[in-house]
Design a protein around this ligand. Structure first.
Ligand code: AMP
Ligand code: ZN
Length: 115
């Protein structure tokens, strides 16, 4: 827990968020500034700044994060139409919050390659 980190505070329910899923390891909540009709953020409760800071011991946690994202996609009936999972890492990606998070985006067409 990093007291200066917004997503750590959200994961400890010390800052507000529209939480849609929680277990002992991860939390999912609505993005405050959605870029698509469905825009959820899935975070580990453990503070990891970005993919640059993961290690071997985080393998299971990262797999769990993706699994939860697919469960949420299924729950929202997105499997047929599809969805996009994004992890921004570092300045060129536009990462703004330095607590690892998976974006689950859906509900419209997304261009490829991304802008
Ligand atoms: P990134 O650019 O990958 O770091 O994404 C950060 C995301 O966090 C952006 O899509 C923001 O809209 C979102 N965000 C920032 N503050 C909050 C908040 N308090 N609650 C929910 N989402 C937030
Ligand atoms: Zn954090």
């Amino acid at each position: 827990m990093n007291g200066d980190c917004l997503f750590c505070l959200i994961s400890q329910r010390q800052a507000p968020a529209e939480v849609v899923f929680e277990d002992d390891k991860v939390m999912a909540f609505k993005d405050i500034n959605p870029k698509a009709p469905v825009h959820l953020l899935i975070i580990p409760k453990k503070h990891i700044s970005s993919l640059n800071d993961i290690s071997e011991k985080d393998k299971e946690l990262l797999g769990h994060l993706i699994l939860i994202a697919t469960h949420l996609a299924q729950e929202k009936n997105l499997k047929e139409t599809g969805y996009r999972l994004v992890i921004n890492t570092g300045p060129h990606s536009g990462q703004q919050i330095f607590h690892l998070h998976l974006h689950l985006l859906a509900g419209r067409h997304f261009s490829w390659p991304p802008g």
